[in-house]
Design a protein around this ligand. Structure first.
Ligand code: 5AD
Ligand code: SF4
Length: 468
């Protein structure tokens, strides 16, 4: 078994660059606290990376702004999962041209999953000359050095080709919230689902050491965080590359043992590695939420095989039914792709029948998007975009009815919720253990607290509750 090379306190070396940047900033921007604008696209893993980037920027003396025009440093932390996500980034990067023209000393940077792709790099080099710094997911820990080099040498820098599969601890984090926190437990992915770009842009699977994760969980709980989500592309294979024999269920048990009032969530699970041990652990725990997000992608076995998912519809339903039988009030959610190359309407109907059989409380639905370099992108795809949109609408309409039914079954129940924020118009927004949003009346001092409520009404995707 391979043991990861864990570099502790890698940030010590980077701190020197942070200090140098503080000095250079004073000269260029004529202020002690320059402003940074950071926008993150994509999944929670990327949001978590964004929090590290902001942590490093704080260390360099930056504070933050939501207005690109007043920023001295602009960074887009990008996502490559679907073409639409990339198009959005390119559109927004294009708009920065005017900012650079008005303020030539503003530094513009791109990082994240998009920037790990050769063809994207070429496009940025040629068509976006005002972008100063581009770095990939493997270079995150060297961000201060890279930014320093751009500022010092006054030339464009691309650092995206290096594949660094080590784990870097000690990077400062500036968390976006005070109640909910993201806690990465592993990075990368080994599964190579045939449609997915992630293994190519985030590299091979590598797990953080259990003691580092538990330490971070303790710090979060002690500083008042109430809702902690463990992150990984496939958390069920946590520990596969470690020598200490701790698997994901064991990691969960150790975190669950930490004293305090908090909820633990995790995402994402891969059905091929979801075990009965994991379900039993959730069922017996004090703090693990009764929410299970288990992406099935397709309800048809031929399509699942073509997707290289390595489980069948029957195996998926077996683990779901086990979860239903063991976890009280379990809330099930999933991801699904419509219009995979070669999928027929009859095969798509197996997806419809699967969602009816399971009864997900909500579903993340996507139309297949070809990604350069993935095996699926080379498959013949004869179904038109319009046809796929019709299937997608059928899926959305079906799920809407299912969600409405699942949520209406909760009316009349008493539940513990975590109050998260003020509502848009009035009242409060809370979340059930099953990750369902609840609107309720109450005073703002309840924010950040667990409260017992009665569910009094349900809409399609939202519940209404009343304090008990
Ligand atoms: N096209 C459409 N959806 C995709 N997903 C991943 N890759 C693609 C793609 N090429 C979806 C899957 C995954 C979720 C994060 O995004 O459903 O679970
Ligand atoms: Fe997250 Fe995947 Fe998008 Fe990267 S490509 S940000 S891993 S969803």
């Amino acid at each position: 078994m391979q043991k990861n090379l864990v570099v502790e306190n890698c940030f010590e070396e980077q701190k020197e660059y942070c200090n140098k940047i503080k000095e250079i900033s004073k000269k260029i921007y004529k202020k002690d606290t320059p402003l940074a604008f950071v926008r993150t696209y994509g999944c929670q893993q990327n949001v978590s990376d964004g929090e590290k980037i902001k942590g490093m920027l704080s260390e360099m003396g930056y504070s933050f702004t939501d207005d690109e025009k007043e920023a001295n440093f602009i960074l887009f932390n990008t996502c490559a999962i679907r073409e639409h996500a990339q198009d959005k980034v390119f559109g927004n990067v294009g708009a920065l041209k005017h900012i650079k023209r008005a303020n030539p000393e503003t530094i513009i940077a791109l990082c994240g999953c998009m920037t790990e792709q050769e063809h994207v790099i070429e496009r940025i080099k040629e068509s976006y000359p005002f972008v100063d710094l581009v770095f990939g997911t493997h270079s995150l820990q060297y961000f201060p050095m890279l930014l320093h080099n751009v500022m010092n040498n006054n030339e464009r820098l691309f650092d995206t080709t290096s594949i660094d599969e080590r784990i870097f601890e000690g990077i400062p984090v500036r968390r976006d919230g005070a109640i909910k926190a993201w806690l990465p437990i592993m990075y990368g992915c080994n599964n190579f689902c045939s449609y997915c770009i992630v293994p190519y842009v985030r590299g091979r699977e590598r797990s953080r050491r259990a003691e580092d994760i538990i330490e971070e969980a303790k710090e979060l709980i002690n500083s008042g965080y109430k809702d902690i989500t463990l992150l990984g592309q496939n958390v069920n294979s946590y520990g596969n590359n470690l020598e200490d024999g701790i698997n994901f269920a064991e990691l969960l048990r150790r975190i669950d043992d930490i004293d305090g009032e908090y909820t633990i969530r995790f995402m994402t699970s891969h059905p091929k590695d979801a075990t009965r041990e994991l379900i039993d652990t959730i069922a017996q725990s004090k703090h693990i939420s009764s929410h299970f997000h288990l992406p099935f992608q397709s309800g048809n076995n031929r399509v699942l095989k073509a997707m290289n998912r390595k489980y069948t519809r029957e195996k998926y339903l077996e683990i779901i039914n086990y979860a239903k039988s063991k976890i009280k009030d379990v809330s099930l959610t999933s991801d699904v792709i419509v219009g995979f190359p070669g999928e027929t309407y009859e095969e798509f109907q197996d997806t419809i029948s699967l969602i009816k059989e399971v009864g997900f409380s909500s579903l993340f639905m996507f139309i297949y998007s070809p990604r350069v370099g993935t095996p699926a992108a080379k498959l013949p795809d004869i179904i038109s975009k319009e046809e796929k949109k019709r299937w997608f609408k059928e899926l959305v309409d079906t799920q809407e009815k299912i969600s409405a039914r699942v949520l209406s079954n909760l009316v009349g129940k008493n539940m513990k919720v975590l109050v998260e924020s003020k509502g848009d118009k009035s009242g409060l927004v809370a979340r059930t253990s099953g990750n369902i949003v609840v609107e309720m009346d109450g005073s703002e001092d309840l924010i950040g607290k667990f409260k017992d409520i009665e569910i009094i009404e349900s809409k399609n995707y939202v519940l209404k509750g009343k304090l008990l």
